[in-house]
Ligand binder design. Structure first.
Ligand SMILES: Cc1ncc(COP(=O)(O)O)c(C=O)c1O
Length: 413
C-alpha cells in the first residue's frame, strides 16, 4: 500500500480542516464573482459547537464546488485545499486498490454515481473513435453482458450509439463466448467497426464477475479496435479485497478505465461515484467552451460538491487498507453462513465465490417473504430471482428469520 494509511480521528480532522483553510472563505474574504456561497445560514445553523469536531459537516457548510477535473492541468483555485483531498482519493483508488503502477497516474474524479462514471467512459471512447478514426456514430457500439446495469442503455441512448448485449449462462451468469461471436458477426454485418467493451466487476443483480478475456480475445482475433471499461460500481470496493486474483484492474494492460461507487459498499453519501482512467484519454471529454472554469472541464457533470470527495477520503482513512479488508472478510463470512443454510434447505441460488450478493430463484419464496425482508427482484412485474445483499447492517441475526421463513415455505410446497 502506498498512499492509503489508517489515520486517527484527530489526524483526519486536522487534514480536512487544513484543506478547508486552503479553500476560499466566503464569510471572511471579498469573493464577488462566484455564483456560489456557503450554505444558507438561516436554514443550516452554523454556530453549533460540535461543528469544530465535524469535518464532513463543516465541509458541507463551506460548500466547495469541485467543478472540473483535478488530476490534470489547472483547476479552480478557490477550492484548491479540498481538491488535494479528491486527488488523494483518486490515487488511492487507482494505485492502492486497482494496482496502477507508478510512475503511471490516473485521471479521474468523484462523479454523481456509477451511471455517470460509466457514461463518462463511454463518452470518452466514443469521442476518441470519432476524432481519431473518423468514425461515424453508427459504426460504434457498446458490448456488455445481458446482466449489465441499465446505465449502459442510458449511455447508448444519450450518446446515440448502439448497445449490444451478450447472453449469459443461466446458472453461472458467465458470458457465452458463442453468443459474443454471433453478436459480433451481426454487428460487423451492420457496419459496426469500433467497440466499447464493458466488463462487470460484480453485476447489480447477481454479483457475477465477467471474464474480460472473452471480449478481448474475440475482438483481437477479428482485429477490431476496442476499449475495455470495467463497471465496478457495485464490486469495485469489494471484489479486489475478496479475491487474490483480480484481473479487472489496472494491472491488466487491456483495462483503460474503471467505475467505482462509494455510495454502495463504502457507505458514503449519495453522489460518490468514482471515475478512473489511464492518462491521455480524459482529454476526449474536454469541453473547451467551459472557458469561465479555471482549467476547463473534462467531466460530464459540471458543478459538484467537494464534500463528497471529503466523505470518501474520511471513510477510507478511518478504515485503512487492513480495516477495509477485515470488513470485506466479515461480509464474506456472513455470506458463507447464509449459503450454507440455503444448501441445507436445498434452495437454489446463484453466488459468485467472492461476492456478497446471493440471488435466490423465485420458486423458493413468494412476494410476501420478499416484501417482509426487502428482497429485490430482477423484474418487478415478472420476477425470476430475488437478491439478498450482505451489507454492513445485514447481520446473521437479521438473516436468521429469513432462513426460517424460507424453510417454512419449503415445508408447505
Ligand atoms: C454494476 C452497476 N453499475 C452501475 C450502477 C449505477 O450506479 P448509480 O446508481 O450510482 O448511478 C449500479 C447501481 O446499482 C451497478 O450496480
Amino acid at each position: 500500500m502506498k498512499l492509503w494509511k489508517k489515520l486517527s480521528q484527530e489526524q483526519i480532522k486536522e487534514r480536512i480542516f487544513h484543506a478547508l483553510g486552503q479553500n476560499v472563505n466566503f464569510y471572511e474574504e471579498n469573493i464577488l464573482g462566484v455564483p456560489g456561497s456557503h450554505l444558507d445560514d438561516r436554514v443550516f445553523y452554523q454556530d453549533a459547537p460540535f461543528l469544530k469536531d465535524a469535518p464532513y459537516l463543516s465541509t458541507l457548510i463551506h460548500n466547495p464546488n469541485h467543478i472540473g477535473c483535478h488530476t490534470l492541468g489547472t483547476s479552480e483555485s478557490f477550492f484548491k485545499g479540498t481538491q488535494v483531498i479528491e486527488r488523494e482519493v483518486i490515487r488511492i483508488c487507482a494505485e492502492d486498490i486497482l494496482q496502477m503502477e507508478a510512475p503511471e497516474e490516473a485521471d479521474g474524479y468523484v462523479a454523481s454515481g456509477g451511471t455517470e462514471a460509466n457514461m463518462q467512459a463511454i463518452w470518452i471512447y466514443r469521442n476518441y473513435f470519432m476524432q481519431e478514426k473518423g468514425a461515424d456514430l453508427s459504426e460504434i457500439a457498446i458490448l456488455c453482458s445481458a446482466d449489465a446495469h441499465y446505465s449502459m442503455l442510458k449511455a447508448a441512448n444519450i450518446l446515440q450509439i448502439d448497445a449490444l448485449k451478450i447472453p449469459v449462462e443461466d446458472s453461472n451468469r458467465q458470458l457465452k463466448a458463442e453468443g459474443l461471436k454471433d453478436v459480433l458477426d451481426s454487428a460487423s454485418a451492420n457496419g459496426k467497426k469500433y467497440f466499447i467493451a464493458v466488463a462487470n466487476m460484480m453485476t447489480t443483480m447477481f454479483g457475477s464477475v465477467d471474464n474480460s478475456t472473452i471480449y478481448t480475445d474475440a475482438l483481437e482475433a477479428r482485429e477490431l479496435p476496442y476499449f475495455l471499461h470495467i463497471d465496478g460500481a457495485y464490486g469495485g470496493f469489494f471484489y479486489p479485497f475478496a479475491t487474490k486474483d483480480c484481473s479487472l484492474d489496472f494491472s491488466n494492460p487491456k483495462v483503460t478505465s474503471v467505475t467505482l461507487d462509494a455510495h454502495k459498499m463504502v457507505q458514503a453519501p449519495y453522489g460518490t461515484g468514482i471515475f478512473l482512467i489511464r492518462k491521455d484519454f480524459i482529454q476526449y471529454a474536454n469541453t473547451k467552451d467551459a472557458s469561465y472554469v479555471e482549467g476547463e472541464d473534462y467531466t460530464m457533470i459540471g458543478s459538484r460538491s467537494g464534500a463528497n470527495a471529503v466523505a470518501v477520503w474520511m471513510i477510507l482513512m478511518k478504515n485503512g487498507p487492513y480495516g477495509w479488508k477485515e470488513k470485506i472478510l466479515i461480509l464474506m463470512n456472513r455470506a458463507n453462513w447464509f449459503t450454507e443454510k440455503l444448501d441445507e434447505l436445498d434452495i437454489s441460488y446463484y453466488r459468485h465465490d467472492y461476492s456478497n450478493i446471493i440471488t435466490i430463484r423465485e420458486k423458493h419464496l413468494n412476494r410476501e417473504i420478499a416484501r417482509r425482508y426487502g428482497l429485490v427482484p430482477d423484474n418487478h412485474h415478472n420476477p425470476n430471482w430475488y437478491k439478498v445483499v450482505i451489507m454492513d447492517h445485514v447481520t446473521i441475526e437479521k438473516l436468521l428469520p429469513l432462513i426460517e421463513d424460507l424453510q417454512a415455505f419449503a415445508n408447505k410446497q
